[in-house]
Design a protein around this ligand. Structure first.
Ligand code: ADP
Ligand code: MG
Length: 442
């Protein structure tokens, strides 16, 4: 406000009206300014209060340590988590130096780090041992500089989490992971044992026939041997020609000679069959982990189907279609396991059903060796078609299925660079399609 001294007093020394007006206006203005200022102050104060409450709730709720320190290390504010780690109340902490909670070299390390951060105005991370009532706890602190308006370092903010807690959580996680892995291994083992059991049932059945055949034939051989012994005894003791002729007819030696050959042949056939079965088994185990080789997919499928068929109690028709021979590249032992799984699943699905049938067709298609295995069972409902290959997915009762057969089979085909999936466009029953690398020139 500008005053003009010449006008303050009138000629008679009285205050000029105009001047009065000016003064009053100035007072009004000042008053209005004051009120406005007051309002602003209140608003600012409210903002500050809100900010303090906000900071307060952060300080009491963060689970990580949050510590605000001044330049020299005096604690300005700290989160409840930090205070409780020290066994102190938040109110008791202000005014303390941060150095009080770290021992010897740890203290120096921390103060050096804080000083560096403030000086360089750059964040840093250190691991230090915090001295707590229960011992020393490793904490990883991230230290950030606090700057004033002119970007001068005035202190630092530390945030960190006790590593002991993290490590404990980590080791618990590790432990449950380990347990899970063990359970999984156990289940895989169960599935393997189950398929081994099925295999053995088939083997036992398969061996039983030729062995009883060999047994029956050796029994006949024994009988013929007795007759020849009797005859030779008589020859040795000088029996007459007539007597020997009569004995020969009596003992039916002529027929015995022919039968002898049959019995020997029969025993040899049986023994050969046993040898073949053992050979099959030997290959199954030898090729289980071996190299990738060329093999006949049809033959492997025949052997697999044969084992399961022999081991299953119900009558089952297995038909082969397509090529007589389809050469693929892979580990026949593994592929045989896969095929046994598939056949077994079909057998399970068709349990109690009239005229159960499985059709296996092998062929070359799109430059690969393919095998399609279909049954005339209930088929696979669309809603589970996505999940049947998942580990542990089973619709069988507890103890009947592990839900691992298809998942292991799928993995085996993946390892071969091939595939195993449900075939598309299937009307009835279930159909599985397998693809492997083609092994012939074709
Ligand atoms: N041929 C099939 N017909 C109907 N359902 C099948 C057939 N093959 C597999 N499945 C379904 O897929 C599920 C998973 O099979 P799998 O992984 O071999 O485990 P598991 O035989 O132990 O149940 C079976 O429980 C069944 O529901
Ligand atoms: Mg199965």
């Amino acid at each position: 406000m500008q005053h003009k001294p010449a006008h303050i007093l009138g000629e008679g020394g009285e205050l000029n009206d105009a001047v009065w007006m000016d003064v009053l206006q100035a007072v009004d203005k000042t008053y209005a300014d004051l009120i406005e200022y007051q309002e602003k102050l209140e608003a600012r104060n409210n903002e500050l209060q809100a900010l303090r409450r906000f900071l307060g709730s952060i300080m009491s709720s963060v689970s990580d340590h949050l510590i605000v320190v001044e330049r020299e290390g005096e604690i300005g504010n700290a989160s409840a988590s930090f205070c409780s780690a020290l066994g102190m109340e938040r109110d008791d902490l202000s005014g303390h130096m941060i150095t009080e909670f770290f021992d010897g070299p740890e203290r120096e390390k921390l103060m050096q780090a804080i000083a560096d951060v403030i000086q360089r105005r750059e964040e840093a991370t250190i691991e230090v041992l915090l001295t707590t009532p229960t011992g020393k706890d490793p904490v990883e602190y991230k230290i950030a500089p606090r700057l004033d308006r002119r970007r001068k370092g005035i202190g630092a903010v530390l945030t960190g989490r006790p590593l002991g807690e993290l490590r404990r959580a980590y080791s618990e996680l590790e432990e449950s992971h380990q347990q899970l892995k063990e359970t999984q291994t156990q289940l895989v083992r169960n599935e393997k044992l189950a398929s081994l059991g099925r295999l053995l049932a088939g083997v036992a059945h398969e061996l039983n026939n030729p062995i009883s055949f060999v047994y029956a034939n050796t029994h006949s051989l024994e009988k013929y041997a007795e007759r020849f012994e009797t005859y030779f005894d008589r020859v040795q003791s000088g029996a007459s020609r007539e007597e020997l002729i009569a004995l020969r007819a009596d003992l039916k030696l002529d027929r015995a000679v022919t039968n002898l050959r049959d019995a020997v042949g029969g025993a040899r056939d049986g023994a050969e069959r046993v040898r073949d079965i053992v050979e099959d088994l030997r290959r199954l185990s030898a090729e289980g982990s071996g190299e990738m080789i060329r093999f006949d997919l049809v033959e492997t499928a025949r052997v697999a189907a044969n084992w399961i068929q022999r081991g299953s109690k119900t009558a089952l028709t297995i038909r082969f279609e397509g090529k007589e021979q389809v050469i693929a590249i892979g580990r026949p032992g593994h592929i045989q396991q896969v095929l046994m799984n598939l056949v077994q699943n079909s057998v399970d699905a068709m349990a109690g059903q009239d005229d159960p049938q499985i059709t296996i067709r092998a062929d070359y298609e799109d430059g690969t060796a393919q095998l399609r295995l279909c049954d005339n069972g209930p088929g696979i409902p669309a809603e589970i078609a996505q999940t049947i290959f998942d580990p542990f997915f089973t619709t069988k009762d507890v103890g009947q299925g592990t839900g691992l057969g298809l998942s292991i089979s799928h993995k085996i085909l993946e390892e071969h660079g091939g595939s195993l999936s449900l075939c598309e466009k299937v009307k009835d029953g279930a159909c599985f399609c397998m693809t492997l690398a083609r092994g012939d020139e074709g």
